[in-house]
Design a protein around this ligand. Structure first.
Ligand code: LLP
Length: 428
């Protein structure tokens, strides 16, 4: 079911008209549905009902807004973080440190110390030296860091190359062939409490077979590690389950995913950990935008909207498709390019697409923008950071303010020496 539907001809987020939000908050703006977040979180947990011991950690990178994290904390979700900033977001959102796990191929010394100080539940180690260093940090603090070793199963996720992570050429994890000897060496370190393995082969995955292949490899490694005498209690299966962006797209349901996981892991006897991001937040958000101009083009008109690639980077970065819909469509259709105001031809949301006819001043949305939308926004072209609104039933609040151009000015400084006379030039 969608939480964004037309009522009496006007697109609503739950019970709130997007025309009202556009008028009152301005555009561009991300609008999230709390009910959609809760519903996705519950559907994923329900899909895993057959898994007795599990921990679900939302991949904060998908949507780090504290209000979204608060909703998920209320759903008993933990957090999968990749930076100290995400650690702060998760804690501010009300997640408990013991429900936070730290992924990431390049954790800085300061980030590891901050995570140890916070008392997070697990470090996902990406290379042997990281484990050795983490152990020494923990020992110096008189503690042991709970950790799992991330393996690279060398499985193609069948998704966009920029978001594939589980093949041997990728930077992530350690080669599965080296995992046994490495695990043995790491398990002897005094500052580590090594408890299992992790993997994550990519994002926006549509083929459960790819995930299954990786999980089967992980299962074989668990058996081998146990044969080596290690107590394996946790396996982190990562995130990656994809969602439909086009209306006709077919994706495996959380229930189908859960059934596969249950079948593959039945004999593992571990706590399974999951790191879904897109699946939880993707369909729960739209990017609301206003049409600035409709400009004639050679083949098709350019619909110039006030949102741009800095607000929603996915089309420019991955040629991603986001469904476009008028807030108050009149039934007419139009074939057009949809573009933003940024000074790059790559600032294109769609080319030669049949859309609701729109004209200057009309409101429209890009659907399925709740994950990797606001979290990837920037101020490129010195544009204001895009604000965010959360709707819950008939009420709504601004949950992230619109930045303004002066924010970047307040961070920048003209050095005093640029104001001084130019002695070098004067001599020349
Ligand atoms: N765990 C790890 C270790 C990850 O690297 C990721 C995503 C996730 C979990 C969550 O994956 P999900 O369930 O959301 O697929 N910006 C790209 C997506 C990048 C995903 C990066 N890692 C996009 O907009 O498509």
């Amino acid at each position: 079911m969608s939480f964004f539907e037309h009522r009496q001809g006007v697109l609503h987020a739950e019970d709130v008209s997007l025309a009202a939000i556009g008028r009152e908050v301005g555009t561009p703006v991300y609008v999230y549905s709390a009910a959609a977040i809760r519903s996705a979180a519950r559907a994923f947990r329900d899909g895993l009902h057959g898994i007795a011991r599990k921990h679900i950690a939302f991949a904060v990178k998908a949507n780090p807004n504290v209000a979204i994290l608060r909703l998920l904390a209320d759903e008993r979700y933990g957090a999968d973080i990749v930076s100290e900033g995400e650690l702060r977001q998760a804690l501010a959102g009300g997640m408990r440190p013991q429900d936070v796990l730290f992924s990431g191929v390049g954790k800085s010394n300061g980030e590891m110390i901050a995570a140890l100080d916070a008392g997070i539940c697990q470090f996902n180690i990406e290379l042997e030296e990281e484990g050795v260093f983490l152990s020494s940090l923990a020992q110096a603090q008189g503690t042991r860091a709970c950790a799992v070793l991330r393996i690279n199963p060398d499985v193609a996720a069948g998704t966009h190359p920029k978001i594939s992570t589980g093949q041997s050429a990728n930077k992530f994890g350690v080669p599965i062939a080296d995992a046994r000897s490495m695990y043995h060496r790491l398990s002897r370190l005094q500052g580590l409490r090594l408890r299992g393995i992790a993997l994550h082969i990519g994002s926006q995955i549509s083929d459960l077979g790819r995930l299954e292949e990786a999980y089967v490899a992980a299962g074989a490694l668990v058996a081998a590690l146990r044969a080596d005498g290690h107590a394996i209690t946790h396996v982190d299966l990562g995130g990656g389950l994809g969602i439909p962006y086009r209306q006709e797209d077919q994706f495996p349901s959380p229930a189908a995913y859960g059934a596969m996981v249950e079948r593959v892991t039945r004999t593992w006897d571990v706590t399974l950990m999951f790191e879904p991001g897109r699946l939880i937040a993707g369909a729960a958000g739209v990017l609301l935008t206003r049409v600035l101009w409709v400009k004639p083009g050679v083949e098709h008109p350019h619909v110039i909207v006030d949102a741009a690639m800095n607000d929603l980077a996915r089309p420019a970065m991955y040629d991603a498709y986001h469904r476009f819909a008028a807030v108050a469509p009149d039934g007419e259709r139009l074939v057009a390019n949809i573009v933003g105001p940024v000074c790059e031809s790559g600032d294109t949301f769609a080319k030669a697409r049949e859309i609701d006819a729109v004209s200057r001043g009309d409101l429209a949305v890009f659907h399925t923008a709740g994950a990797y939308g606001a979290s990837m926004a920037s101020t490129y072209n010195s544009r204001a950071l895009v604000p965010e609104v959360l709707v819950d039933g008939g009420r709504y609040s601004v949950v992230a303010d619109r930045g303004d151009g002066s924010q970047s000015l307040s961070r920048q400084h003209v050095p005093a020496w640029l104001d001084a006379p130019l002695p070098a030039l004067a001599r020349a």
